[in-house]
Design a binder for this molecule. Sequence first.
Ligand SMILES: *Cc1c(COP(=O)(O)O)cnc(C)c1O
Length: 371
Amino acid sequence: MGKYPQITVNHEALRSNMKQVISWCRDEGIDVAGVIKASTGMASVALDYEYCGAKWIASSRMEQLQRAKADGIKLPLMMIRVPMLSELSEMLEICDYSLQSEFSTLKALEEEAVKADKKHNVILMADLGDLREGFFELEELVDVAKYVEDRFDFVHLAGIGTNLGCYGSVMPTKEKMEQLVAYAEAVEDAIGRKLEIISGGATSSLMPLFDKEMPERVNMLRIGAISLVGPQEDLRTSYGRKEVDVLDEAFTLEAEVIEVKTKASHPIGKLGVDAFGQKPNYKDRGMRRRALLAIGRADFGDIDDLVPQLAGAEVIGASGDHTILDIEDCKDVIKVGDVVQFKLKYSAIMRLTSSENVKINEVDRLYGIKL
Ligand SMILES: *Cc1c(COP(=O)(O)O)cnc(C)c1O
């Protein structure tokens, strides 16, 4: 196979981002679970998190956590997608922590844990309105917590947590964080002891932290996106925050040019639908120079998640295996065989690192090695 398309992972940038995130959190008494799902669980990313001081390695995919364990990660592993009944015994082998939201799953987990003679820590999720996972009623959360506390010997109630900004785009405001702490305290009243963990969300929960609005008792965040994506994450969750300017993009995509021609900008003929059954609007900008790249939506998903580093270039469209770049306004002369670089947003990193068409080039100048 050829060299391209290729994604380059700059581990120095990655560790610098992680150290910054962990230091922001540490200043507020918060430990970080390093979430590796956005890079499809790359072992080197988990090792970077471990090196930088994360307290857990977390993923939403059991396969990724299994690999992290096999690759020598020493930190406790945490499953952050509520588990399937069909993966509980695997989970007990691989993970020390998981997020939970179903009583029936917890009961099955205790049964499996007794069989396996293995302790396991759970964080019960409270759904505070984002409407993905979690107990919706406080009363149910408290009842289940008390049941786990009183009746289970192998499954340990470590804490409660929440997730926001995923389905319902609900922001982790001061009020939501205070509500989470109030829920934790209701659980503590019922079980008669303090919880070890109050887990206040993901990257987006850095916003109340930056504003010094994070209640003191929130002591864990589960962070992936911003460490990997750096400032490109800005639009999704951090709404133009100055704080993220110190971060760096750690992932760069390189794709090879396979055709360069001047063509009409509006398609010619009777228009139906494109490769994905859509009817896009095409603007007639006259004849324009364009470069065709050997990479496509099968690899990266959506063209909006690619940020071309070639000045004047614009991604105007893509099919499964081709991407079209308008280069009419580029100062540089682009020719077949050239390589174009892109910075990447969250979902492009997730897809590109899992595409078998894309080579992964890991560079680490600290160790002077190519991993
Ligand atoms: C993905 C995920 C995270 C991490 O989110 P980022 O935006 O990548 O920081 C945290 N918690 C849960 C439950 C998740 O699914």
